[in-house]
Design a protein around this ligand. Structure first.
Ligand code: UDX
Length: 447
């Protein structure tokens, strides 16, 4: 099939490359000529495992093209996907400016039937606005439909998620739109396909992310309770997660959810509920609990180190999750400036995000960037883990301890077993498990 894709961000680029890989002819549009030039030469503009290889292969095969000219893409397409950004506004609502711009761009260029498909996460009923906007602008009666086919891609595994989805959701209100999308997906995927209305499909996406957020906040409340009761939240999470009704995913306690999707979609859903007079206290609590996670970690750091001024702290991990270079909504964006303002000397290491961080927090006499975790840890009074990158799990603990001035680890992602850290000679503070201090005697432990 001939496909046009507006937007080459996470959703747009992964969708373009994967659909081209499945044999379709794809033209992807971005306004930025530098992005178009880089992608046309096979240089990915986002970091995503497996993407560079597929980008090169599909460009070579001539099935993928990038352009700044929408008219070129629309003329060459039967289906047009809308994958532009929907960033949060200050009031928590999604900013739909880019979606509207795409609708306004498409309207005068329609030449025969086109199916316009939302892939960006949008509030329910956005498709109606796209439809309405185009109808307002086209002079004569043109044939088109607007459908919804939300993506459920996770950063760090987006290519795999696209090619091996749990399900495909197709929201279409006409037979023509429905059968076009079925023709696109059915031959390539054997996962369940949820066929529904456009508004329902939009709502499924928003609700999925809000539910994942709720699951994480739930386990984080349980985690605080575990600390009070002296039990280990990882064992509790495993114990409940083995029940298929609960499931073992998204029950990892720690610093909570960040990124560009879960926080944004949750707050957008809250505003939708408020607009419709529906009680949203549950969702607001999910948000509040999540925001409090970083404060809890900062309190742990203070408990571990007492005075922060002039202490050297190694910060390991800055991205909102591993296997991405994305720092949007990441705890590091709060933790780094807070520790810096408290007078600590910071040595920050992240496997992928240092260049982004340097722009946000330029190095100074109390903030430097290391090229390895061990380099960051040298002579440190404490090491703080903010992202669960696999390479931190593989650290040689004995070597790490020998490098540090005081072997103290504050782990925001519960990466290690407390017993393992105790055996390795560390003071170890994590979330929802007993802290490992130097002394079991409460009179000799930190206050
Ligand atoms: C999310 C959805 O998972 C995906 O379906 C949607 O298309 C886009 O939004 P993503 O933002 O890439 O994907 O991240 P995700 O893997 O969902 O993790 C979000 C955050 O939750 C991360 O900060 C992660 O560290 C945190 N998290 C995840 C936890 O704190 N505990 C967990 O158990 C799982």
């Amino acid at each position: 099939m001939r496909l046009g894709i507006f937007g080459t961000g996470y959703a747009g680029l992964v969708t373009s490359v994967c659909l081209a890989q499945l044999g379709h002819s794809v033209t992807a549009i971005d306004k930025d000529p530098e992005i178009v030039a880089a992608l046309s030469q096979g240089t990915p503009t986002i970091r995503e495992p497996g993407l560079a290889e597929l980008l090169a292969a599909t460009l070579d095969a001539g099935r993928l093209h990038f352009t700044t000219r929408p008219e070129e893409a629309i003329a060459a397409s039967d289906i047009i996907f809308v994958c532009v950004g929907t960033p949060p506004r200050n009031d928590g609502r999604a900013d739909l400016g880019q979606v509207e711009e795409v609708a306004r761009t498409i309207a005068p260029l329609l030449d025969g039937y086109k199916l316009i498909v939302e892939k960006s996460t949008v509030p329910a009923r956005t498709a109606r606005w796209i439809d309405w906007t185009i109808r307002r602008l086209v002079r004569s009666e043109r044939e088109f439909d607007v459908a919804s086919n939300p993506e459920f891609l996770r950063e760090g595994s987006a290519v795999r998620d696209f090619l091996q989805p749990d399900r495909i959701v197709i929201g279409a209100d006409t037979d023509r739109a429905r059968s076009l999308l079925l023709d696109l997906y059915k031959p390539c995927f054997d996962c369940p396909i949820v066929l529904t209305s456009v508004t329902t499909a939009e709502f499924i996406k928003q609700t999925a992310n809000a539910f994942l957020a709720a699951k994480i906040s739930f386990v984080n409340v349980v985690s605080d309770l575990c600390e009070a009761l002296g039990v280990d939240v990882t064992t509790v999470a495993r114990g409940i997660g083995l029940d298929h009704r609960i499931g073992g995913h998204f029950v990892n306690a720690g610093l909570g959810f960040g990124g560009s999707c879960l926080p944004k979609d949750l707050s957008a859903l809250i505003t939708v509920a408020e607009d419709n007079g529906v009680d949203v206290d549950l969702l607001k609590e999910v948000e509040r609990i999540n925001k409090a996670r970083v404060e809890r970690l900062l309190a742990k750091i203070e408990r571990a180190l007492w005075v922060l001024r002039h202490k050297t702290i190694a910060v390991l991990g800055a991205t909102f999750k591993p296997n991405t270079d994305d720092v949007r909504g990441a705890p590091s964006l709060t933790v780094i400036p807070w520790l810096h303002a408290a007078g600590a000397n910071l040595r920050v290491y992240d496997p992928a995000a240092v260049s982004k961080l340097k722009k946000l927090f330029p190095p100074d006499d109390r903030l430097t960037y290391a090229t390895t975790a061990l380099e960051a840890a040298r002579d440190a009074n404490a090491l703080v883990i903010l992202t669960d990158w696999d390479e931190f799990r593989l650290l040689d603990l004995e070597h790490l301890r020998s490098l540090m001035r005081t072997p103290i680890i504050v782990d925001g992602r519960n990466m290690f077993a407390p017993s393992e850290m105790q055996a390795a000679g560390f003071e170890y503070y994590s979330l929802g498990r007993g802290d490992v201090t130097l002394s079991a005697d409460p009179h000799r432990a930190p206050p």
